[in-house]
Design a protein around this ligand. Sequence first.
Ligand code: GLU
Length: 446
Amino acid sequence: MRTTTVRFAPSPTGRIHVGNARTALFNYLFARRHAGRFVLRFDDTDAQRSTLEFAQAIEVDLSWLGIEPDLIVRQSDRFAHYQAAADRLRAMGRLYPCFETPDELDRRRKRQAARGLPPIYDRAALKLTEAERQELIAQGRKPHWRFLLDHRTVSWDDLVRGPSHIDCASLSDPILVREDGTWLYTLPSVVDDVELAITHVIRGEDHVTNTAVQIQLFELLSDAEHVPAFGHHNLLTDITGEGLSKRTGALSIGSLRDAGIESLAVCAFSVLTGSSDAVHPVGSLTQLLGQFDISHTSKGAARFDPAELRTLSARTLHQLDFESVRDRLAAHDMAGYKAEAFWNAVRGNLSAFLDVMTWWRVVEGEIEPVITEADYLATAKTLLPEEPWTTQTFGEWTTALKTGTGRKGKALFHPLRLALTGLDHGPELAQILPLIGRIKAMGRLS
Ligand code: GLU
């Protein structure tokens, strides 16, 4: 049995968005489920559009999502492997030179359309004699190279879509190498999947047709039992149903992070959007794994609503335990013996993580108390219990105040909140009063 090995293969030509995160997480969770390996492969054969900065940003974004690859490879380091594979295909008579210009191909497609024929490449280049080829080369034409498809039906049992098949007679022979010698995506992907022993190819359903072609390549370039399994998940769209694009930067992982969205909310939302159940907040990727089943993802479109994501992000924060935020709090100097009780007191009031800074200032720093009724607050001050304080203290104090002043409800509580926190809303005072402590409380009531 081979170790389950998956790959996420972005081209570093932009920042990844939630749709890419969906693919990455489907792969990552699948690998986790099967105690497997996750490879990050940069499809950077397009030297013009790929950049190192985008590749680095993708690594940062994945790491923020909680994905640490077991291996990172770059296609730009592997051209010799693609060359060797192309040579093998040539030797098998399965890669043939073509000389048509884009214009010629276009005119041919129009003629086919006029006659009601599908726009499939007619393999005219196969009929060229060696002399004709040499003649074209002498005229300065450079060939591009097409893969000679076997005109049969290719079938696979898709991990998401179930039994699937494509009749390759309905496809044009795909171009694998451009006339300038650069690689299109199709062949390098297969060469890497073979050499990196990828067992499961999980990607968006925009690749279904490629799969038929690539299965033929796998069969030629590896042994039949090493053809990977394939799964094609549905694509996320934006709320209007438009596909997401790396170019526009819309819903990019980086922009969501900058907007203060929780990474676990992005993970849950990008994995579970389009599944039949409502998306509930998760406390860890392990918990998300428990809700993920690749064979149960929906086949229809999955619309991604950023407003729902914001709500889910807040709900995610509300249930995060202290351990999972300890380091993030410490990174903002919120640490020490109070930190855990503090987190538990305030998390339910946060819309974004950095809102905690406001509440840390309330318990640890200086605030501007809002004094509305000085006399009442003076009475309150005289009735403040002695320390040690617990979460019961506030109840004891306000019971005494109620008896002493006859106040109740908002009139009893609200002036206390304004004075103690400087704010008119927030976590339960019973929770934060012990964290503020008697000395600070006395000062703020004066
Ligand atoms: N670079 C391709 C893409 O981003 C990879 C597709 C695949 O997973 O094979 O669409």
